[in-house]
Design a protein around this ligand. Structure first.
Ligand SMILES: [Zn+2]
Length: 380
């Protein structure tokens, strides 16, 4: 029997704004306009209700990664669901092509089962100058035939490819991705401002973790940052963990792009939701100390240990963003970008009942995904 439930008394964040003493009704797996007479009413006064978060860039969590076995992948998914991510695109890292092809097949099966929303290939088509935590010897130019091989291996489940469009074959690869309905994301790039503009004209629509793994903003050489921020067609990913970006850089990006063009991502690796220690990021060893992940060799920042509940809490308490803007950056914008806004990304009748309950301090107190509690309401 499908559950029928009304969450009442909350401050509900709707697309039209915040409603005090609002209610959300759930019937089965969906949000409905009006619940059945017999519906159970749960009083959540003093809490916020926001749509479940959507992460478009995430490598793992709970000690497991999306480069691992099906069991490890499910552990990572579960970990992030417990932190409010109800829709997740699994990200790979640079590896041997045949390993990536194999992993694409595996991830596509989990996408078919509805566990993940698709696959993001970060690398191998990135710049050795801005490789971050990717193996230099495994990097390659974005030859459209090779790009094609990866998206074919994903059997329609490739959502995004991060590439350095200034490399040979880069612009043709961006065109190929756009033609196949796969997001071309500019990142791990050494491109100039002009080269980035060319990539956007060719169809690139996302900035992979803006500022990180690209030339900094210069007043005579504005580089990719300015090009990606100024174009209305581009969504910029930001890692809002207080480590990857100075709060002033985040504020600058947020205000330049506007609230509708920012996606807060985690770029999380295995250690998210666990603790300090040694981990693997693809083929590279990573040391996590006080929540900051760095390559053992060279010390590059290697993904984050961020979860989206923390990103949200930080956005409203430290960065002083409005709750509506923070919800847009964590739910609606990434959902729209993925073409999933008809199903997720806002609390509206007809959509999946993916919702989060937060207390007055924005701490996560309940997670519902498709009408089922992942974390039942923990009311004080
Ligand atoms: Zn990443």
């Amino acid at each position: 029997m499908a559950p029928s439930l009304v969450l009442a008394g909350a401050r509900v964040v709707l697309p039209s704004g915040v409603v005090d003493d609002g209610r959300v009704s759930v019937e089965g797996t969906r949000i409905v306009a009006t619940a059945a007479e017999s519906a159970e009413v749960v009083d959540v006064t003093g809490h916020w209700l926001v749509p479940g978060f959507v992460d478009i860039h995430n490598h793992g969590g709970g000690g497991a990664s999306f480069s691992g076995t099906p069991e490890q992948i499910l552990t990572a998914i579960r970990t992030h669901r417990l932190h409010g991510t109800t829709t997740l695109v699994a990200s790979t890292v640079t590896d041997e092509m045949d390993l990536l092809v194999r992993q694409a097949g595996l991830l596509s099966e989990l996408a078919e089962q509805g566990e993940i929303a698709g696959i993001h290939f970060e690398g191998p088509f990135i710049s050795p100058c801005r490789k971050g935590a990717h193996s230099e010897e495994l990097l390659r130019d974005p030859d459209p035939a090779e790009v094609r091989k990866l998206i074919d291996a994903a059997r329609g489940r490739a959502k995004m490819v991060t590439l350095a469009a200034e490399l040979p074959g880069g612009i043709d690869s961006v065109r190929l991705l756009a033609e196949h309905g796969v997001i071309a994301a500019i990142g791990h790039t050494d491109a100039t401002y002009e080269q980035t503009v060319e990539a956007i004209e060719a169809g690139a629509t996302v900035a992979t973790h803006l500022f990180n793994a690209m030339p900094p903003l210069g007043h005579r050489a504005p580089g990719p940052v300015a090009a990606l921020l100024e174009d209305e067609r581009v969504t910029v990913e930001l890692i809002n963990d207080g480590v990857h970006l100075h709060p002033a850089a985040l504020e600058l990006a947020f205000h330049r792009a506007g609230a509708s063009r920012v996606a807060f991502i985690t770029d999380a690796m295995d250690a998210a939701g666990t603790g300090d220690g040694r981990y693997m990021l693809g083929p590279l060893e990573v040391e996590v100390s006080e929540g900051v992940a760095r390559l053992v060799e060279g010390g590059s920042i290697a993904g984050s240990t961020l979860t989206q509940d923390r990103a949200f809490q930080r956005a409203v308490t430290v960065d002083k963003l409005s709750v509506e803007d923070a919800v847009a950056a964590l739910s609606a914008n990434p959902a729209r970008l993925l073409g999933l806004f008809d199903r997720v990304g806002s609390l509206e009748p007809g959509k999946d009942a993916d919702l989060l309950l937060l207390d007055a301090d924005f701490a996560l107190k309940g997670v519902m995904r498709r009408g089922a509690w992942v974390i039942p309401p923990q009311l004080a």
